[in-house]
Design a protein around this ligand. Structure first.
Ligand SMILES: *[C@@H]1O[C@H](CO)[C@@H](O)[C@H](O)[C@H]1NC(C)=O
Ligand SMILES: *[C@@H]1O[C@H](CO)[C@@H](O)[C@H](O)[C@H]1NC(C)=O
Length: 218
């Protein structure tokens, strides 16, 4: 009996460990694997540059002091620093964004399929929140001030809203070299070609004219 319990505990531990190993970007098997963007080889991530061709600039980006252009419908701008900007982030499992919000600017509800996000407010005040998965769909929200830090768990729909009359700036770290973004409104109403009206009207329980009106915004 004791042996069976021990075996079960062992099996659970192995399961937990193997799950942990696959819960984020893959573990490194070498010091680095700087992205070779010219490689014709396709794999999960990007092929590595030859180590002897790697230079210090492969780990460097400059420009995050510059505010993004928030002249758009949402009044926010995300400046990403991921593997596309820093080849050295390939296989490292992290990346960064700067987010600028104009007065009443919104970073609309979206999700990062591959990463948890930890955000800190550098300037201003933000109302932030996320919603848990079905069936609870519980909404957690909070007003953040300068220096406050907040976590958006991996894959959950979240937003940041600047409901003040001063600009806001945040920096967020993400647990993937390529977090991916799905903005809910764009995916549902801005899809190209569009999702048939019969599907969206039923899903949102509204008239076709309402769906047409929303689709026209994208
Ligand atoms: C910001 O974006 C707007 C809208 O696309 C554009 O008209 C404007 O020239 C941009 N401003 C700067 C400083 O790039
Ligand atoms: C901003 O949003 C928070 C949370 O909903 C609210 O408590 C606060 O009063 C709002 N501020 C303004 C200026 O609307």
């Amino acid at each position: 009996m004791a042996i069976r319990v021990l075996l079960l505990a062992g099996a659970l531990l192995v399961l937990a460990c193997s799950h942990g190993a696959t819960a984020s970007d893959p573990s490194l098997l070498q010091d680095f694997c700087v992205a070779d963007k010219t490689s014709p080889v396709h794999l999960n991530g990007l092929a590595c540059k030859a180590a002897k061709e790697v230079v210090v600039e492969d780990f460097y980006f400059s420009g995050l002091h510059v505010a993004g252009n928030t002249t758009n419908k949402q009044g926010s701008a995300v400046t990403a620093v991921n593997v596309a900007q820093i080849g050295g982030l390939n296989t490292m499992g992290v990346s960064l964004v700067r987010i600028d919000y104009t007065l009443f600017g919104l970073n609309p509800p979206h999700t990062h399929l591959r990463s948890t996000e930890i955000l800190t407010v550098l300037e201003g005040c933000l109302h932030v929140g996320f919603v848990t998965s079905n069936p609870e769909n519980k909404h957690f929200d909070k007003v953040l001030n300068k220096g406050d830090v907040f976590v958006f768990p991996k894959g959950l729909v979240h937003y940041q809203n600047n409901n003040r009359t001063s600009n806001a700036v945040a920096i967020a770290a993400l647990s993937s070299q390529n977090p991916g973004v799905i903005t809910i409104a764009n995916a549902v109403f801005g899809a190209e070609p569009s999702i048939p009206a019969g599907i969206t009207t039923k899903a949102f329980q509204v008239e076709k004219s309402t769906v047409d009106r929303i689709q026209a915004q994208f």
